[in-house]
Design a binder for this molecule. Structure first.
Ligand SMILES: [Fe+2]
Length: 248
């Protein structure tokens, strides 16, 4: 009897993620607000592997105000991590791209054809959290003229869109695809972000899900989410809709 009591209190086994290719993370060492060094990067990759992820496209920030990265600085960080992965025998398919903040530098990168596109010509873009870009629809159009398919990172996190959901319709109808964060579904950022992520999913607007993994705090939240009661139903709802595994 006592044994059964304790057995019931045991936590459920963590589920695996409902996709195996992650397209948004900050695991490259030392170039943004993600992993500070290769030791942490390897530990973050190990966590991802435990969730069933076998391939990632790492996406360091490129943003003129905070992270002055270039395709070359990102390649250098990728090379450092690749060497360390070989040394430690870490198995994971890793490619690199970037999370491009929409700012003047980004507009210049479009002009110069200097963007870090993903496989299948996708490009991960993010808005400022303070205010929306006034020309987002033009930017989407300009990218499309170059045969680039924009993916807006975590649309559920922009407060100014949460309060004005018709913008999601407009952007989606303009051909912008949406990537929501696993952490939003886990409730990490707050109720609004979670509700908005589920609203986008119910509307059929979610093409990709990403970890947006930066640090061990995020790992803990995702570990808990994968053990939660609500996880299986959320996974079942999203899995058929997303295209993560088409990229790698
Ligand atoms: Fe990110």
């Amino acid at each position: 009897m006592l044994f059964n009591f304790f057995k019931k209190k045991e936590k459920a086994e963590p589920q695996k993620l409902f996709y195996s290719t992650d397209i948004h993370s900050h695991v490259l060492p030392g170039i943004d607000d993600g992993s500070p060094n290769t030791d942490v990067s390897i530990a973050l990759l190990d966590a991802m592997k435990s969730w069933g992820i076998t391939a990632i496209i790492a996406t360091p920030h490129i943003a003129e105000e905070n992270f002055e990265n270039t395709p070359q600085s990102i390649k250098n960080a990728y090379d450092k991590l690749s060497t360390r992965m070989l040394d430690t025998g870490t198995e994971m398919e890793v490619k690199f791209s970037a999370e491009h903040r929409i700012d003047d530098r980004f507009r210049k990168m479009i002009e110069d054809d200097n963007l870090l596109v993903m496989p299948n010509n996708y490009l991960l873009i993010e808005n400022s959290f303070v205010q929306p870009p006034i020309d987002l629809k033009n930017i989407i159009y300009e990218l499309q003229l170059k045969d680039i398919k924009p993916i807006l990172a975590h649309p559920e996190r922009y407060g100014y869109y949460q309060r004005k959901k018709e913008v999601y319709d407009e952007l989606f109808n303009a051909g912008c695809e949406f990537q929501i964060n696993l952490l939003s579904l886990a409730g990490y950022y707050g109720d609004r972000e979670k509700e908005t992520a589920l609203w986008l999913a119910n509307r059929g607007y979610v093409s990709f899900v990403g970890t947006d993994l930066h640090h061990f705090g995020h790992v803990e939240v995702i570990n808990r989410f994968l053990r939660s009661k609500e996880y299986p139903s959320i996974a079942e709802r999203l899995a058929p809709a997303i295209k993560n595994n088409e990229l790698l």
